[in-house]
Write a protein that binds this ligand. Structure first.
Ligand code: ATP
Length: 252
């Protein structure tokens, strides 16, 4: 399968020496890649580096083969994202909000607004003001906006936070349909159960390191829930670190 995203050894250390360290992974066409880990593990920083919001100290990111440091415009032209909660003008309709966002893109056909509304299941509500929308509908409007440029890769940071069970299920099914059409998703989330219902592969982050990359059949095949699998990987990594420390101490 074709790699849409290639992340190679990215490192970004902030002044407090926190950040992300030597993170590498790839994501293929139509794959839903979940990112999980405790608070401060580095998930958002990785997403921000991929969108070019943060420049890494080291490492490369390629989107559809374009290196973001060398061919930024080409790389980001294939990317859509919701990194913070998407803001929409509440007094305007969904359609007018999208028209406003569409001004950022060159040569976008007018028909694209209808297409993205259709893709996220908001077409019947396009003329309604956002003020009356549920949180789930607002989140889907954010996704519609991220889809305007027909991206091959969509990055979502905590997309189902605050949604009720129905809103989460609707959002997941929208993402799944889009992934089946070939769009690659990178989703950072705290909500392990929600992620387990959608991700094909999960990367576990801890203290800036990507400590594990697992495929859905790895935890399902072992009879584990994703929560058990992630807990196991986090414990394994902590124990490994403790063992390494003991070896270092005994060598001193
Ligand atoms: N602009 C910044 N300046 C200094 N430190 C930062 C900055 N951004 C992130 N960090 C630090 O880098 C680490 C990783 O943060 P990041 O936000 O990527 O984690 P996260 O896994 O997304 O956490 P959360 O799940 O809480 O959103 C944290 O320790 C954080 O304090």
């Amino acid at each position: 399968m074709n790699s849409v995203l290639e992340v190679e050894g990215i490192t970004k250390l902030f002044r407090n020496h926190r950040g992300v360290k030597d993170v590498s992974f790839t994501a293929s066409e139509g794959e839903v890649f979940g990112f999980i880990g405790p608070n401060g593990a580095g998930k958002t920083t990785v997403l921000k580096i991929i969108t070019g919001l943060i420049r890494p100290d080291r490492g490369n990111v390629r989107i559809m083969g374009h290196d973001i440091a060398e061919r930024f415009e080409q790389a980001v032209s294939h990317t859509g994202c919701i990194i913070e909660t998407p803001e929409a003008y509440e007094y305007m309709s969904a359609r007018d909000n999208l028209k406003l966002s569409a001004r950022f893109y060159k040569d976008l056909p007018a028909s694209r607004i209808d297409e993205v509304l259709e893709k996220v299941g908001l077409k019947p509500y396009g003329h309604e003001r956002v003020r009356g929308f549920s949180l789930g509908m607002k989140q889907r409007l954010g996704l519609a906006s991220a889809l305007l440029s027909a991206p091959r890769l969509v990055l979502l940071d905590e997309p189902t936070n605050g949604l009720d069970i129905e809103g989460m299920a609707d959002f997941r099914s929208t993402v799944r349909q889009l992934a089946d059409q070939g769009i690659t998703f990178l989703i950072s989330s705290h909500l392990i159960h929600d992620l387990s219902l959608i991700a094909d592969r999960v990367g576990v982050m801890r203290e800036g390191h990507l400590i594990s990359l697992g495929r859905e059949d790895e935890w399902n095949g072992a009879g584990l829930s994703l929560e058990q699998y992630v807990t196991f990987k986090l414990l394994e990594s902590k124990e490994g670190e403790r063992d390494a420390q003991l070896i270092r101490q005994s060598a001193e």
